[in-house]
Design a protein around this ligand. Structure first.
Ligand SMILES: *[C@@H]1O[C@H](CO)[C@@H](O)[C@H](O)[C@H]1NC(C)=O
Length: 446
């Protein structure tokens, strides 16, 4: 061959040559390239961070705390929490917020938990279930099994408020209940109306802004067990309800401490976010199916109070809220329901110690809605954000059988309970002084 001759003199010749080269490459090479592209596409679509974790030596990323620089809650309590000052590393085989969140919902690896049910009758005639898990239920000592908690028991009680269409049987609720009871505290899950197998007895259904039931349950528990400090954990929609309640009632809450995990914060931003991208719309769809299932359980009432045809045709949470929640809860539009019910605007008025935990990659409750400024302005709140964790998942360890946020919340409550502020509170209870909010911000924090 004469090497001095140009390979292709005209563009046409060049393309011909290229075509020849293209068909000369074996098909399986193309197949490999396609596979690689697919993997890159899926890796990005599902926001995997395995490679990042690998290259950083599986060291995880630092938990970022946002708080007021003159906060006594930070200085006296949170600064002692090792979990919150450590790093969070997702379970390596669950290194995607979507995989974490799906795994939690479909498997979740919950511990075995056997609750003791108490039916709670609200003042409006509504009925819902309080599911108890006492510390002796998990301690392996069976002698106490049928015993009730005595009126003067000083063991702290942790009240849990589940997320949308979740109840005490949801895997994350079981993780939290079991670990808290193992700590030696008593746990009670306050199920939403119409969930946990209890039928509704009034025309009132729960929604994201409905704080009446939490208020009544906490008041009841405080009256029933006046010596037991009350701690409250809200998750997802439950966190929204909790923070709204704490903000609405300010100093008049008999709560020693609270935690809001994976809260949606701003439902309007959340509802825009969940329709934006393909994957988010899948979550929207999945949650809507859950809501439709809930409506189906209570069909006689829903078909009378709301637009049943609209409920059945709903393809998004917004559709469901338009056809059901707004009509039952007397809101003009879905947007006005979202505006009225969002907890972010209640953060400034929270006056009990509140720990907020959110993952920046939460695929359901977007980080766009996290109230960083409000948490920095209020001395009673500390906000912990992690790079990864998904929605309520935060799986950790190789086995993926424990949740980071459960550990963080329990450590926070433990530190709060053993802090000097808490003794002050207990003394007030023991001395039988007239009812006083447990963490009076003026008296203790200023
Ligand atoms: C911290 O709290 C004080 C008083 O409560 C407030 O004046 C200040 O603006 C807060 N700091 C920030 C950064 O918001």
């Amino acid at each position: 061959m004469d090497c001095s001759e140009p390979i292709a003199e005209t563009p046409a010749a060049a393309y011909k040559l290229l075509f020849k080269a293209v068909i000369a490459i074996p098909t399986w090479h193309y197949f490999l390239a396609m596979l690689l592209l697919c993997m890159i596409f899926l890796y990005n679509l599902f926001e995997f961070h395995f490679l990042h974790d690998l290259f950083t030596g599986f060291w995880g990323s630092r938990v970022v705390l946002t708080y007021n620089s003159s906060s006594d809650l930070y200085r006296g309590v949170v600064s002692k929490c090792r979990t919150l000052h450590g790093r969070y590393l997702a379970t390596p085989w669950l290194s995607s917020p979507h995989i974490q969140t799906s795994f939690l919902n479909f498997f979740g690896r919950p511990p075995r938990v056997c609750y003791k049910r108490q039916l709670f009758h609200a003042s409006d005639g509504g009925t819902f279930a309080l599911d108890w898990l006492r510390h002796f239920d998990v301690s392996g000592v069976f002698t106490h099994r049928n015993q009730d908690i005595s009126k003067d028991d000083t063991t702290p009680i942790v009240v849990m408020i589940p997320g949308l269409t979740s109840d005490s049987a949801s895997p994350y609720m079981k993780h939290l209940a079991f670990n808290t009871a193992k700590h030696g505290w008593n746990v009670v899950v306050s199920n939403h109306r119409g969930l946990g197998g209890v039928s509704v007895t009034t025309d009132c259904f729960y929604n994201a802004g409905w704080t009446g039931d939490v208020r009544e349950v906490i008041k009841y528990l405080h009256q029933e067990y006046p010596e037991a400090p009350l701690f409250v954990v809200g998750t997802s929609i439950g966190a929204n309800v909790l923070v709204k309640y704490l903000g609405e009632d300010g100093e008049n809450v008999p709560v020693a401490g609270a935690a809001a995990v994976s809260s949606p914060w701003d439902l309007l931003i959340g509802s825009r976010f969940i329709r934006r991208r393909l994957l988010q719309r899948l979550y929207d769809r999945a949650l809507t199916i859950g809501l439709q299932g809930y409506a189906q359980l209570h069909k006689p009432r829903y078909s009378r109070l709301a637009n049943w045809e609209g409920i059945e045709k709903s393809r998004s949470i917004r559709d469901f809220d338009t056809h059901a929640t707004c009509l039952v809860g007397n809101y003009e539009t879905a947007d006005s329901y979202y505006r009225h019910s969002s907890s972010c605007s209640f953060v400034p008025r929270v006056s009990v110690p509140l720990l907020c935990i959110s993952a920046l990659d939460d695929p359901v409750c977007t980080s766009e809605a996290i109230p960083f400024d409000e948490c920095r302005a209020n001395k009673n709140t500390v906000l912990a954000t992690t790079q990864h964790g998904g929605h309520l998942a935060f799986f950790e360890g190789i086995a993926g059988s424990s949740l980071w946020w459960v550990r963080a919340v329990n450590e926070f409550f433990e530190a709060l309970h053993s802090s000097p502020f808490m003794h002050h509170q207990n003394c007030a209870f023991i001395a039988g002084t007239k009812y006083r909010p447990s963490f009076h911000s003026n008296a203790i924090f200023n």
